[in-house]
Design a protein around this ligand. Structure first.
Ligand SMILES: Cc1ncc(COP(=O)(O)O)c(C=O)c1O
Length: 419
């Protein structure tokens, strides 16, 4: 046999070591092509990974998964399922998990019931692509009694979509009762379970069928990776997997590795986020500029009793409402109206130049963030009528430093009001 050329050797060497080393962490598999010893093995793997089948750990090609992504899928299914038989699929962002799950379970002519305080881009997706595909959505007030939601169900209703607590306004929903309602009417219930993470929420014990996880947030914990997951009860797996395979949705091994790494410390981090946020929220509640703190773990919150019943803790994310009286123009044209220019100026003074609370979207990392909420166009069933809202994410910094930072912010706000 002739000696292989350099180019042939360069293509084939260094792809295998006979001894495997028992490292703590799984190696990162990066793959498009997967190799087989026989055509029969390739065909078996192809069937197992195909749309509608999704056999555990079956891969014929990188889009179906590798050992790294399978390890994460298994861990998510078990942690989020918490005893229920579940499967998890990975998507390149939390929003992709939401849109893929909705596409999987809805078809033209179907009706979707959705909570009014869902994550803004979720609303955009249903009012954009789903509407173009012939799916009609009805929004309901997030804290509406179950009977009110039941009255909105139509023969064509296929999915009930919840997010609890809601984005920016933090309404807590009676998820067990709503999931039971959906189940009794043959409707699939979905929950965006971003806020509490797996540590403080048990969606499958509450009866939901699909839990949507922006892994970008607490599961990652370090603001350096985007990923999402849809976790479903076993009986819904083939419906979800069909959409995943038909859309070609997948994630890379490096990103899956980062989420697996975040998972190791998520519980410790969550307790720290919780303690810090409660301290900051308690302090803000005493500030004269603040009318209300929207944090479900505070007894003053309207959803507190439901939160106590269902959740085992709270995260680092909450909002506060500034006193609207601060923003009334000195000489309003008619009546006492909030002056938008004054609001913008004062919010900039509060948020800009903070030492620790940085301006940025997203949350769930180790760093603190501050962001005014522009939810005017993001509510239809329950419009926001209060004063300007500001959302905080309390990171892993010391609470006293964070409070001092906000104290400076409120001082800057007061100075801007006097201008
Ligand atoms: C409640 C909620 N759900 C879903 C998402 C989407 O996650 P991702 O940023 O990974 O797309 C976000 C992002 O901010 C969110 O706040």
């Amino acid at each position: 046999m002739s000696k292989p050329a350099f180019s042939t050797l360069a293509s084939h060497l260094g792809r295998r070591v006979d001894e495997t080393i028992a490292t703590v962490n799984l190696p990162v598999y990066r793959a498009s092509t997967v190799l087989f010893d026989s055509l029969a093995a390739a065909s078996r793997a192809g069937h197992g990974a195909s749309a509608g089948v999704g056999a555990r750990h079956a891969s014929s090609y990188g889009t179906a998964g590798t050992a790294t992504t399978f390890a994460l899928m298994d861990a998510l299914a078990e942690l989020e399922g918490a005893g229920a038989a579940c499967r998890a699929a990975l998507m390149p962002s939390g929003l992709a998990a939401i849109s893929t799950a909705l596409l999987a379970f809805l078809k033209p002519g179907d009706h979707l019931l959705m909570s009014d305080s869902v994550y803004g881009p979720t609303r955009m997706f249903v009012l954009g692509m789903l509407k173009r595909l012939g799916v009609e959505t009805t929004f309901f007030a997030p804290a509406a009694p179950v009977a009110e939601v039941a009255a909105l169900i139509r023969p064509a209703t296929r999915v009930l979509y919840l997010e609890s607590p809601g984005s920016y306004t933090f309404e807590v929903q009676d998820v067990p009762a709503l999931a039971a309602l959906a189940s009794a009417r043959g409707i699939v219930s979905m929950l965006d379970n971003a806020w509490a993470s797996p540590v403080f929420a048990r969606p499958f014990e509450w009866g939901v069928d699909v839990s949507l996880l922006p892994l970008t947030k607490y599961w990652s914990g370090h603001s350096d990776v985007l990923m999402g997951a849809a976790v479903v009860r076993e009986e819904h797996w083939s419906t979800l997997w069909r959409a995943v395979r038909e859309l070609g949705i997948c994630v890379g091994g490096d990103d899956a590795f980062l989420i697996l790494r975040g998972l190791r410390t998520v519980e410790v981090r969550m307790h720290r986020h919780q303690e810090t946020a409660l301290e900051v929220a308690g302090w803000l509640g005493e500030c004269p500029e603040v009318r209300r703190v929207l944090h479900p773990a505070l007894p003053s919150h309207p959803g507190h009793a439901l939160w106590r019943r269902d959740f085992s803790g709270s995260s680092g994310l909450f909002s506060f409402e500034l006193d609207p009286a601060l923003f009334v123009a000195a000489s309003p044209p008619k009546g006492a109206e909030i002056d938008p220019a004054r609001v913008a100026r004062v919010l900039a003074a509060l948020c800009e130049g903070r030492r620790y609370f940085k301006i940025g979207y997203s949350w769930g990392g180790y760093e603190s963030l501050i962001m005014p909420a522009s939810i005017g166009s993001l509510r239809s069933a329950a419009p926001w009528t209060g004063g300007p809202l500001v959302r905080l994410h309390c990171g892993l910094e010391d609470p006293a430093d964070l409070i001092a930072d906000l104290e400076d912010g409120l001082a800057a706000l007061t100075a801007a009001l006097a201008d």
